[in-house]
Design a protein around this ligand. Structure first.
Ligand code: PA5
Length: 430
């Protein structure tokens, strides 16, 4: 369960001021549950952990087994909400270097999230010697980046395995009935998984969009869903004790007090891509009508030696949200008879203790420097914790966006660059 510690906010905004937002939080909560708010037709993720599609889940697990048996690499093709959640989960639970780890699961690589020919070419070289499969993920089925990458990887598959063999190695995750990818999948006979109509891209990690790549990486998708269900139950209370309300109220109070940027900070490098997923979730949900906290992320302690100066001492428009985990006491600082590095004062202490103290020291310094700090406290890094954290952030984001008065589920601003690009590239009709 996620706990919201706002002790680092209270020096800036009183508890009473925060509590004065509970009426707004209640209304936002009711809109999420009833689907009566703006974009309410996309609130299918709210109840998803209570009744995941069991038949789809079984097919996901079977497909994952097949991919594990016949492939060295799974190429996941998608952009935005169609890949960030899966990548974030795999990196958090395994490692950002998961493809270098020894094990009996395929490597999982992510393509179709940019238009760099150099990068895509290197990925194609990477897979071409071994056996590989493709999971192409696009709800609309028309997004340029994944569509271009899919064409190239499909060609590579067809050269290697023939047309029919390639079709058996392509798994398409897309809309139930609409879009170019659905049509291609139906005509070529790819195995397909569904992005439910009532769940938008950035809220879709607990559907096949995230779960198929996560299962291929050898992670337990049932435990992730259990964690999400547990969190859903924990967030059901409509009171100011609700941990997601507390997070949403703190963010909104600070935003209204003039803060402009929220920096998500974590002391576990495995969390880096969770930061990327979180930035999309909050950025696309709240950055509308000229408003919203700008979501940024840092990786500590590394970034204390780069961004730390600005956060401590730059423009005072920042809010910082720490995500902390219970870390295993795995490594201890060794004793050294010579003590030339002067580190013996730490000898015998675990790195998890040292890391926790680094967090405390940073929070204390940043609060003193004028940065309100929220801490989201979770458990050990496990599948259950990941499921809980995903659900917590999605729910808190929906609440916070409704409190801000925007539709959390659309992204009209994303279309502008696409129209320009299509016009400049000469796409018919633009
Ligand atoms: O959150 C969203 O809806 C978007 O970021 C989409 O995930 C992203 O644009 C990819 O869209 P699609 O899955 O339709 O290719």
């Amino acid at each position: 369960m996620v706990k919201t510690d706002i002790s680092g906010v209270v020096p800036f905004i009183s508890e009473d001021k925060l509590l004065s937002l509970s009426g707004e939080a209640l209304r936002a909560h009711e809109l999420l549950e009833s689907g009566a708010g703006a974009g309410g037709e996309y609130t299918g993720w709210v109840r998803l952990p209570e009744s995941p599609d069991r038949a789809e889940l079984l097919r996901i697990k079977r497909a994952a087994e097949r991919i594990k048996n016949d492939s060295d690499t799974l190429v996941v093709i998608g952009i935005g909400g169609s890949y960030l959640g899966a990548r974030a989960a795999i990196e958090l639970l395994k490692s950002p270097e998961h493809n270098l780890l020894k094990g009996d699961t395929p490597k999982v690589i992510f393509a179709g999230n940019n238009l760099s020919g150099a990068h895509l070419g290197r990925m194609m070289d990477f897979v071409s010697d071994g056996d590989f499969c493709v999971n192409v993920v696009s709800k609309s089925g028309t997004t340029t980046e994944p569509a271009v990458a899919f064409r190239l990887f499909r060609e590579l598959l067809e050269k290697k395995y023939g047309r029919a063999g390639a079709s058996r190695r392509i798994y398409a995750t897309t809309d139930r009935s609409r879009g170019a990818l659905r049509m291609m999948a139906d005509s070529a006979g790819y195995e397909t998984f569904v992005v439910p109509d009532d769940i938008g891209g950035r809220y879709s990690v607990l559907t096949a969009v995230g779960l198929l790549p996560i299962a291929v990486a050898g992670l337990d998708v049932e435990r992730i869903l259990e964690g999400a269900l547990h969190e859903r139950r924990a967030l059901s209370g409509k009171t100011a004790e609700n941990e997601a309300w507390r997070f949403a109220m703190a963010r909104q109070a600070l935003y209204r007090a003039g803060k402009k940027v929220e920096v998500l900070a974590c002391f576990e490098p495995e969390f880096r891509f969770m930061g990327e997923w979180w930035k999309q979730l909050f950025g696309e949900s709240e950055g509308k009508n000229g408003g919203g906290l700008f979501p940024a992320s840092v990786e500590y302690t590394a970034d204390l030696h780069s961004m730390g100066q600005y956060i401590q001492d730059g423009e005072r428009t920042l809010v910082e949200t720490f995500v902390s985990f219970e870390s295993p006491e795995r490594l201890r600082v060794p004793e050294d008879a010579g003590n030339l590095d002067g580190l013996n004062y730490l000898a015998g202490r675990s790195l998890s203790e040292v890391n926790r103290i680094a967090l405390e020291a940073t929070k204390e310094a940043h609060v003193k420097g004028g940065v309100p700090c929220i801490e989201l406290k979770t458990g050990a890094i496990t599948e259950e914790t990941l499921g809980a954290l995903v659900y917590f952030f999605e729910f808190a984001c929906g609440l916070s966006a409704y409190m801000q008065g925007v539709n959390p589920f659309d992204q009209p601003g994303v279309e502008e660059y696409k129209r320009n690009m299509f016009r400049l590239l000469g796409k018919p009709g633009f």
